[in-house]
Write a protein that binds this ligand. Sequence first.
Ligand code: IMP
Ligand code: MG
Length: 384
Amino acid sequence: MVIILVGGQWGDEGKGKVIDYLAAKADMVIRSQGGNNAGHTVITEDGEFKFQLMPSGILYPDCTCVIGNGVVVDPIVLLKEIAQLRERGIEPKNLVVSERAHMVMRYHPLFDQLEEESRGDDRLGTTWRGIGPAYADKVRRIGFRIGDLQKEAFMRKKLAFVVDQVKNPILTKLYGGEPYDWESMLAEYATYAKQLDQYIKDTFPIVQDALDRNANILLEGAQATMLDLDFGTYPYVTSSNPTAGGALTGSGIPPTKVDLTIGVFKAYTSRVGYGPFPSELTNEIGDQIRERGHELICTGYRFRGTLYDHPLANISHYKHCEPVYEEIEGWQKEIGSARCWDDLPQRCRDYVVRISELIKAPIELIGTGPRRDQFVTRGRKLFN
Ligand code: IMP
Ligand code: MG
């Protein structure tokens, strides 16, 4: 069975917890887009784990964890995460990194920062991890794939070109910065090559084999729908496609093999970074929601007399539209110990049913707190 999991809002919906829940039964977990701009927190009996690149399935010894071709990998960050796991006694022996995945290079975080600073008040609020510049280089066909680490002569030739002909002229002439020395970069990347060599593989046959075996495969989304490069609030988006389509191109799984797509939503919406957010509450109610989680459901947007049931593509219309709300009663009860549907207060169940009607999709899992076991499940088998 193949399940795609995506964030339904602007990220930070608590995907990590749902991924961890599903990963327990998964044979393979694949990251397919984004990079270390993501951050998943999983809380287990052994404490808190924070992952940026590592697929969350890494905590399960029998799960194969794939960093897919659609991810941009900063080798420095990946090596740090591997080291952190080892410190806690976990050997990531089942980690495989697609040789097709592009690398976030030394210069990408710097360009991310410089480009943001030069935008002034119009900045995007990126994470400064170099994600946008790395994807831009991939599309410009001057990116480095992680498999290139295994080809010394190729690295030498290409680094010399990209650094001397493309990056340094911009860095020095446009930004007045110090040029990079490609030869010392080459030496630096040779050390990453050595340390990462055992993980770098052609993941295509590995993923196809898993499909042939009918393995349980989880495509672990990073970021979220409203940050999608095409469907989000462009340009206040990330540089990949965190929606279900991106999971396919980013992993090599064909659409015909996908059994289920799950969206993870928070009861209220929040976003980091910048960009229009029509239902943002900057008043006291907003403060209270942030504190206590009272509910207000935004069901649509009104703009120049027309009611829309989806976010508007035109960013300035989206910025100036009026959110339409449906107010429902809060339940004002602690639900952290609820485990089944009947444990939930009636008003809470009414709320879930109403959301399900509005989004025209069943709601199968309800998180009731930050811990790994804090879920209300509704009976549907998500993985056998
Ligand atoms: P970038 O992905 O660093 O280029 O940032 C672009 C936008 O996506 C910014 O608004 C970031 O705050 C947002 N963003 C990127 N990754 C995440 C995430 O994992 N959670 C929430 N927001 C994110
Ligand atoms: Mg996050």
